[in-house]
Design a protein around this ligand. Structure first.
Ligand code: ZN
Ligand code: ZN
Length: 238
């Protein structure tokens, strides 16, 4: 576990650490204090990170002092000198990117652009929010994306024959066996409000092609009620 400097802030992610390493390279080994403009600028970017939306409301979250600490930690990893709470992520990022300031810079630029792009986009489209609301829609989507569950679903369907979409009946659009699974997504057939928080079972899932899955979610949002796959088939006309 990384130290949080006593503020209970979430630990630094790989993306954030890469941005800090990029600044570390720019600084040529001289670590400024939290009042430095470059440190302040990085703090601002980190506080805009989408996955830390709630934490960033706290004033101590990735503040300039915290960023300066992180730069010291990175210097410690880089030089073996100094005191700091070096985290596993610090070590891993240094191992991967310490050899190339240029590679760090180009990835850091992409990450910064990603933060801006994320801000410009709506996290959940208004027309696909289920009647249960934004949080349930988000939760539903997250459950469906769980790689392990989708993998289990695909294996179980393979056992009973060739893969096909359970809504339109179509087989994969590709004959390349390595790509066939990419055609399919897992759809959670039971509204989360009915299941509470229990773990998803394979029997709660339907295997749908990406197109049908999209249509079904849109239809559920428009009808403002949960639809079975059979109902979806009729309404979507597939
Ligand atoms: Zn389909
Ligand atoms: Zn779904």
């Amino acid at each position: 576990m990384a130290r949080t400097h006593g503020h209970g802030n979430p630990k630094w992610t790989r993306d954030e650490t890469i941005l800090a390493l990029d600044l570390y390279f720019d600084l040529n080994g001289k670590i400024p204090s939290g009042s430095d403009d470059r440190v302040k600028a990085l703090s601002e970017v980190l506080r805009r990170f989408p996955h830390h939306a709630e934490a960033s409301r706290k004033e101590s979250f990735r503040n300039p002092v915290g960023v300066a600490f992180k730069l010291q930690n990175l210097r410690q990893v880089a030089t073996g000198k100094g005191l700091g709470n070096v985290s596993e992520t610090d070590r891993a990022v240094w191992l991967e990117f310490g050899v190339s300031a240029a590679a760090t810079k180009s990835l850091a630029n992409l990450i910064r652009a990603g933060v801006t792009a994320f801000e410009a986009s709506e996290p959940v489209q208004e027309d696909v929010v289920f009647a249960e609301g934004r949080v349930i829609t988000e939760l539903h989507t997250r459950r469906e994306r769980e790689p392990k569950l989708r993998g289990q679903l695909l294996s179980s369907r393979r056992v009973s024959g060739n893969l096909f979409c359970e809504m339109c009946g179509a087989p994969p659009h590709t004959s390349n066996a390595m790509l066939q699974e990419a055609h399919f997504e897992a759809h959670h057939i039971i509204p989360l409000s009915n299941t509470g928080v229990r773990k998803t079972r394979l029997s709660d899932l339907a295997l749908l092609c990406a197109n049908c899955h999209r249509l079904l979610h849109r239809a559920i949002a428009i009808k403002k009620r949960w639809l079975t796959v059979a109902e979806g088939k009729v309404i979507c006309g597939v």
